[in-house]
Design a binder for this molecule. Structure first.
Ligand SMILES: [Zn+2]
Length: 272
């Protein structure tokens, strides 16, 4: 079987929020697949540094992306998963709505394609009626491109809970609804892949939590994260100590890539 993977990150979803929210799709996948609800992100607990750590399996003090808009030449010393995928002749892609993520990947010219759409809340900080419909259309366009390009590994980013958290508060009613919408978005994305979805392992996680109207601290609310992974060859299991640094070693082992000596994460014991 030709092994492929899709990594979803849903921005700013606390581990207790995914438990409280009504997320039938991810609940079902966590029962048939692997999961952890006691994981840790890296510090600072913000978006681009954590995505850089996810894709490189090193801490922020190494990749030097310590703020969302940092562009760090030092990251060249720590190739990202996309560098490895591209250099091996396989194809990689990103479906995003936040451009600084390109810095987290590093050499964005090595992406076979990136689909970006800026989907923002209104200036009154209201959630526009078409917000989730726009997000869904963008993601489904991305799913179509993944099929058309026969993409081997993709990152799919869902911004909604973080944006709503900053505007309405973490754990507010609207924030929990954003988590629930994210569950539906992932379900529709995967169902859009149709039969092709059988070729993929899926890894769903978040970059950080939050409290009040923000995040970035070393508090448990900001740093406790989770993952759910499912697809052929993944066994039903619960993993205790999950770190965002573990994503790349785990996905790389599934794809058949050699582990890099600089990777600081572990291969999670999720495969049969
Ligand atoms: Zn944020």
């Amino acid at each position: 079987m030709h092994k492929k993977a899709i990594i979803f990150t849903i921005d700013g979803v606390r581990a207790d929020a995914i438990k409280i929210a009504n997320t039938p799709f991810l609940d079902q996948q966590s029962r048939i697949g692997a999961s952890s609800f006691t994981g840790k992100c890296i510090l600072p607990s913000i978006t681009t540094p954590n995505h850089a750590s996810l894709f490189r399996s090193v801490l922020a003090e190494d990749h030097r992306i310590i703020d969302n808009y940092d562009i760090a030449p030092q990251t060249q010393a720590f190739p990202s998963l996309f560098d490895k995928v591209y250099d091996s002749g396989k194809s990689c892609a990103a479906i995003i709505s936040y451009l600084p993520l390109l810095n987290a990947y590093g050499h964005c010219e090595k992406l076979n394609f990136a689909l970006h759409k800026n989907i923002s809340l209104g200036i009154e900080h209201l959630i526009p009626d078409n917000y989730y419909a726009d997000l869904e259309k963008h993601l489904l366009d991305g799913a179509d491109m993944i099929i058309d390009n026969d993409t081997d590994i993709a990152h799919v980013y869902i911004e909604a809970p973080d944006v709503v958290g900053h505007n309405k508060g973490w754990m507010s009613e609207q924030y929990i609804q954003a988590v629930e919408h994210s569950d539906k978005l992932i379900e529709s994305f995967i169902s859009r892949l149709g039969d092709k979805s059988k070729d993929y392992n899926f890894f769903v996680t978040t970059d950080h939590g939050g409290h009040g109207y923000g995040h970035g601290s070393d508090s448990d609310e900001d740093t406790t994260i989770w993952f759910i992974s499912f697809g052929a060859g993944i066994k039903p299991c619960t993993i205790g100590d999950f770190s965002i640094l573990d994503v790349v070693p785990t996905v790389a082992s599934y794809l058949g890539f050699q582990q890099e000596p600089h990777w600081q994460g572990d291969i999670l014991d999720i495969y049969t």
